[in-house]
Write a new protein. Structure first.
Length: 284
């Protein structure tokens, strides 16, 4: 049995949908804080169980009979490590044999505000004695393309990353990597630095959007404080704004670029291109 935590999240849903192409639905367990919102998965034959990162008892019940577990990292910075430890402890008590964890690119060297909790989780998982796979996911390309509909309205794409390069890939790409390590042999106790095949700058993103729209979208580089203020004015919560602005800052130091081809190797195909991601975002 394979269990996926955070099953109702964007990544969790993609993992389950791709798992359904590889294994019978009866062998998949969707672990969700609110199981009632996963009725569609249950209708497909997927087992849906309650599992709340803040409720260790629910996690112990959710992991009964599970052989492999995908621990999708929690959302709120400052709370993640405590929540991840609860998952790992419950999995160990339930006899889970392997945990794959969605960490972040270069967790042991990154200067990102998120890196500390990811690295601490990795160390805790390794020390648990459970076989592990560390999936160090790079930046999601959707984090950038989500801004394109607004950029298309105003003709301007904003950020504070200057000429920084992002070796980003799509959520579907990272989901495929998770499915690979959960359904194949030979991945236990390995660490994978996962990134897109071709890095891009915000100027590249603006150019790709311009080509798709048939009119010019320009990239305007802002200071971190200006960018943060613009994101807050757009209605984003402070927690998300802090993460986005910090990502641009560490990208300028090279922390979100990578020459690794581990992702395309794991999934057996090239990663999603910038042009493909732009087309998807603008079509939506």
């Amino acid at each position: 049995m394979i269990a996926i935590t955070g099953a109702n999240g964007q990544l969790g849903r993609l993992v389950i949908n791709q798992l359904l192409e590889k294994v019978p639905a009866a062998q998949i367990v969707a672990v969700a804080r609110n199981p009632e919102t996963a009725a569609d998965l249950r209708a497909l034959g997927v087992n849906v169980r309650k599992g709340d990162y803040d409720d260790p008892t629910s996690l112990k019940e959710a992991f009964k009979g599970i052989d492999k577990l995908l621990l999708i990292s929690a959302v709120v910075p400052g709370q993640r490590l405590r929540q991840h430890k609860a998952v790992i402890d419950a999995a160990r008590e339930a006899g889970v044999k392997l945990i794959a964890y969605t960490s972040m690119l270069g967790a042991d060297t990154s200067r990102s505000m998120l890196a500390g909790e990811h690295l601490a989780t990795e160390k805790y998982l390794i020390a648990s004695g459970i076989d592990y796979v560390l999936l160090r996911n790079g930046w999601y390309i959707e984090n950038h393309t989500a801004a394109l509909p607004i950029a298309a309205q105003h003709g301007t794409l904003i950020a504070s990353s200057g000429s920084a390069r992002f070796a980003s890939a799509s959520r579907a790409d990272y989901a495929a990597a998770a499915v690979a390590v959960l359904t194949q042999v030979g991945h236990a106790n390995k660490t994978y630095e996962l990134a897109g095949d071709t890095a891009f700058t915000m100027d590249d993103l603006a150019a790709a959007a311009s080509a798709k729209l048939g009119r010019t979208i320009v990239f305007r580089n802002l200071s971190p404080s200006e960018y943060g203020a613009a994101l807050l004015a757009a209605g984003l919560p402070q927690m998300i704004v802090d993460v986005i602005v910090d990502a641009d800052a560490v990208a300028l130091k090279g922390d979100l670029d990578s020459s690794s081809r581990a992702l395309s190797t794991l999934i057996g195909r090239p990663t999603t291109t910038l042009e493909e991601a732009v087309q998807t975002a603008l079509a939506a």
